[in-house]
Design a protein around this ligand. Sequence first.
Ligand code: ACO
Ligand code: PYR
Length: 529
Amino acid sequence: MAEKIYVYDTTLRDGSQGEGISLSVEDKLKIAARLDRLGVDYIEGGWPWANPKDMEFFQRAGELGWRRAKLAAFGRTRKPGGKAGEDANLLAIKRAGVKVATIFGKSWDLHVTAALETTLEENLAMIADSIAFLVEAGLEVIFDAEHFFDGFKANPAYALATLKAAAAAGASWVVLCDTNGGCLPGDVAAAVARVRQELQVPLGIHTHNDGDLAVANTLAAVTAGCRQVQGTINGFGERCGNANLCSVLPNLELKMGYQCLPPGQLSFLTEVSRYVSEIANVVPPGNQPFVGYSAFAHKGGIHVSAVLKASQTYEHIRPQLVGNERRILMSDQAGASNLRCKAEEMGLELSPEKEQAVINGIKEMERQGYQFEGADASLELFLRKTTGEYRQPFEVEYVKTLVEKRPGQEAIAEAIVKLKVGDQVVHTAAEGNGPVNAMDNALRKALEEVFPAIGRMRLTDYKVRVLDEKDATSARVRVLIESRDGTSSWNTVGVSTNIIEASWEALLDSMEYALLKQSRELNKKVAAT
Ligand SMILES: CC(=O)SCCNC(=O)CCNC(=O)[C@H](O)C(C)(C)COP(=O)(O)OP(=O)(O)OC[C@H]1O[C@@H](n2cnc3c(N)ncnc32)[C@H](O)[C@@H]1OP(=O)(O)O
Ligand SMILES: CC(=O)C(=O)O
C-alpha cells in the first residue's frame, strides 16, 4: 500500500495573499466545498482575526456538508510581552469554531530581532505559550515555522530550538517554511534530514516559488521525510506564489508512488484547477503543467505522428489521469498526421492527394497571418470547402459600411449587405455602435428569417492583433472572433490590411459555422430516430 502524504490546501489564505486575487465569502465557500470533494486533508480557511470576511467565512463554513477535510484557522503567535489567553488573534481562532489551528512563528533569529523587535528567548516563549493555549482549548495545532530554511542557515541551533519549543508545547505537526521562496532542493532536503534527527513530531513542508522551485523543493522535502504538503491550487500566493498543488499532487502520486488524495480523485484535478481560476477570475496559463489547456496540446507534426502511434513518445503521463485531454493543433508546424487527426475529429475524409494541398494551403495562409490553432471553426470550413462536397448556405454579393462623425455628435455606423440565399436576393441595412457591430446586425437581419439559428448565437469575444506593427495604420491585422450559442462556443479568424475586411471574414465564418453546426445537429437527430 502506498504511503500517505497529507494534503494541506492554503488557497483560501496564502492564495488570497497573491496579487490580483480577491475572494468573496461566497467564493471561499464554493472553493472550500470543491476542495473537500476533491479529498484534501486540510483546508486553511483564512485568518479569522485579520479581517471580517475571513471570520464570516468560518461562521458560515458549517453550512457546507463537510465530507472529509478538516478546516484550519490561521494565526500568529501571541505578541511579545503579551499573554496568550488575552491575545485577540488567538481568541479569534477559538471563536472560529474549528478543530485545527495553524500558528506561524519566527524561526529565523533575524526576524525575531528585526521584525518582532524582541529577544530570542521571548520568541520561544511566544511559540510555546500560543500553542499550549490552543492545545488546551482542544485544538489540533499545526506550527508553521516561518523562514525555517533561511533561519537554519543563519543560526541552526536557534532554528531547531523554535521547532522543539513548538513540539514540546503540543504541536501535532511542525511545518518547515521556505517563506522567501529562494531555497534550492538540495539544501531543503539536507535541512529536513537534520530536523528528522532532532524531532519526533511529524513534519510538513510549505514553500514559495520565488526561485521557480516551490514544487521541486516540496518533492525534495517529502523524499527527505516530510509527510504533509502545503500549497495552493494553481500556485496562487504571495509574490510568485506557493507550491502548486496541481503539480505537487500528480508528481507525488504518479511519479513517486505516494497516496495523497482518495483513489481516483486525481482525475478531477484539471476540473478543480479551472473551477478555482474561474471563481478567482484569473485566466489560467495555458502552459500550466498537468492541468493547463496546452499541457497535452501537440503542434509539431513530428510529435503528432509519434504520439498517435505510442502516446508515451511525447506525453509524460496519460492526460486522463489528471482529468486533462490531448489536443492536436493545426498550423504551419503541422504535417499529415495533424491534418488526419483534425479531419477525423470533424468527421471528414480527405483523399491523400488533397492532404498535401490542404497542408500547403494552411501553411501559406499562416504565412499571410492566419492562425488556425485558435480558430477551429474557420479551419473546419476551410477543410470542408477543399473537399468539394461543401455547399455554402448563402452567397454574399457585397457589403458596404459607412461611419459618420460630426463634431460634438456621436459617431454613427451603418452597413448594407446584399446576399443570395438559394434563388432569393436579400438586400438589407442596419446601424450599429461601430462598423463591425453594424455589419453583424445587417448580416443577422438578412439571415435570421431563413436561418433562425443565427438568432440564437452571439459574439462573445473580438480580438484584433496588428501583424506588422512597423506599417502603422496600413498594417495587416488578424481578427479572432469567439461566438457562442446555447450549447457551445467556436472561434473564427480573418486577416487583411483592412480591419473591416478582416472582421467581415471572421464574422461570415462565424455565422456560416453556426449553420453548419445546426445542420450537423439536425442530421444527428434524424440518424437517431
Ligand atoms: C508568512 C506569512 O504569510 S504570515 C501571514 C501574512 N498574512 C498577512 O499579513 C495578511 C493579513 N494581515 C493583516 O490583516 C494585518 O497585517 C494584521 C491584522 C495581521 C496585523 O495588522 P497590524 O496590527 O496593523 O500590524 P502590521 O500588519 O503593520 O504589522 C504586523 C505586526 O505583527 C507582528 N508579527 C509578525 N509576525 C508575528 C508573529 N509570528 N507573532 C507575533 N507577532 C507577529 C509584527 O512584528 C508587527 O508588529 P508591530 O505592529 O508591533 O510592528
Ligand atoms: C506561513 C507562511 O505562509 C509562510 O511561511 O510562507
